[in-house]
Ligand binder design. Structure first.
Ligand SMILES: [Zn+2]
Length: 356
């Protein structure tokens, strides 16, 4: 029986992990205003950006428009304190949704492009995360992302910074941005070195490019998780490649509609991934830019695709299994999930979720 809008209470109670979440894209207009106030000013540019976000319906006519909006937003982050405040507010919002663990992506490549000190910014976000984690119990790790179209040398620099902070909470290296201008084959050496340095590997792929981009990320780069992977959902060979290697796909439904990757949520190939046996996790990507959240994404998936409560629980479990967690931490989250589900087993079997 499919889940309904009333599935919300169970979805809320599930201990969740969020694996595809950009710090910069999580900054709500209210936080931008708070940032500006702390600095004693609210510049015209900031106010204009905030107003646009509040009024434009959170859609970006072309994928390039979204990349540009992300760049403009990043430029508003002028100091380590801005990044720290964004981190604090993000962890509070994760706590409100019963997210227990998150891997936050920092656009380290953008920080370097802005000529800011990555060390100072990482120290600030790490401290903010430690403080917020102690208050809320939400644990976080970090992924450093490079920008595909900035080229190989840039990506190598970002990756080496990630490796330098590996024992301080950076667990993975990834690439995002323009897949056409920065195809996977350019980055094979960088990914090999990253793996040798002990980093986990992710890649945004199949977002604005075809399924070959996903296959290349998996087969040439050895990506352990794929961000989006959307175009692979319509390609048997790419689906098979993901399924055989058990590479999870981080599905971000609202994001894909907002950036024009799919026209409507119903057009997303989520079902194809499930039918092909690809492990799927759900994520919010840039929640403030797309006006969404993890719980919202889960509810949206349930309602749009008629998924059962059991399938929603499977998403939560997939997230825990796909996380770059130590063995014991993974086991304890899986245990917590199992206990949460067991308490409500009869209701889940009857799908009487409104009673949960
Ligand atoms: Zn992303």
């Amino acid at each position: 029986m499919p889940a309904t809008l009333d599935s919300g209470p169970l979805i809320h109670r599930l201990p969740k992990v969020e694996l595809h979440l950009h710090l910069e894209g999580s900054i709500e207009p209210a936080t931008l205003r708070e940032m500006a106030r702390r600095k004693g000013r609210l510049g015209d540019e900031t106010e204009e950006w905030i107003r646009d976000r509040e009024h434009d319906g959170f859609r970006y006519p072309k994928f390039a428009d979204f990349l540009n909006a992300f760049k403009l937003l990043s430029l508003l982050l002028e100091a380590p304190e801005d990044y720290a405040l964004a981190t604090t507010r993000l962890i509070e919002s994760l706590h409100a949704e019963n997210v227990r663990y998150a891997e936050l992506t920092l656009a380290a490549g953008v920080v370097l492009w802005k000529n800011q000190s990555l060390d100072a910014i990482f120290e600030a976000v790490k401290q903010a995360a430690d403080d917020a984690s102690a208050r809320t119990g939400v644990r976080v790790a970090w992924i450093f992302d490079a920008i595909r179209q900035f080229g190989v040398d840039h990506a190598r620099t970002v990756m080496r910074h990630a490796a330098r902070f590996r024992n301080r909470g950076v667990v993975a290296f990834g690439i995002g941005g323009d897949e056409e201008r920065g195809p996977a084959r350019l980055f094979t050496d960088v990914y090999r070195e990253a793996r040798d340095l002990g980093l986990h590997l992710t890649a945004h792929a199949g977002e604005a490019a075809g399924p070959e981009s996903v296959r290349d990320a998996v087969e040439l780069l050895g990506a352990e998780r794929i961000g989006h992977g959307t175009s692979a959902g319509r390609d048997a060979a790419a689906l098979q490649s993901l399924a055989e290697r058990r590479v999870p796909v981080e599905v971000c439904l609202t994001s894909n509609v907002a950036t024009g990757v799919v026209e409507r949520i119903e057009d997303h190939p989520l079902r194809s991934f499930l039918e092909a046996g690809v492990p799927v996790t759900l994520s919010s990507d840039d929640p403030a830019m797309f006006h969404t959240s993890l719980e919202r994404e889960m509810n949206l998936a349930a309602v749009t695709f008629g998924l059962s409560l059991q399938e929603m629980i499977q998403f939560a479990e997939n997230g825990i299994r796909a996380a770059f967690l130590e063995k014991d931490d993974r086991a304890s989250l899986l245990d917590e999930l199992a206990r949460t589900v067991a308490k409500r087993q009869s209701a889940i079997e009857n799908d009487s979720c409104c009673l949960l």
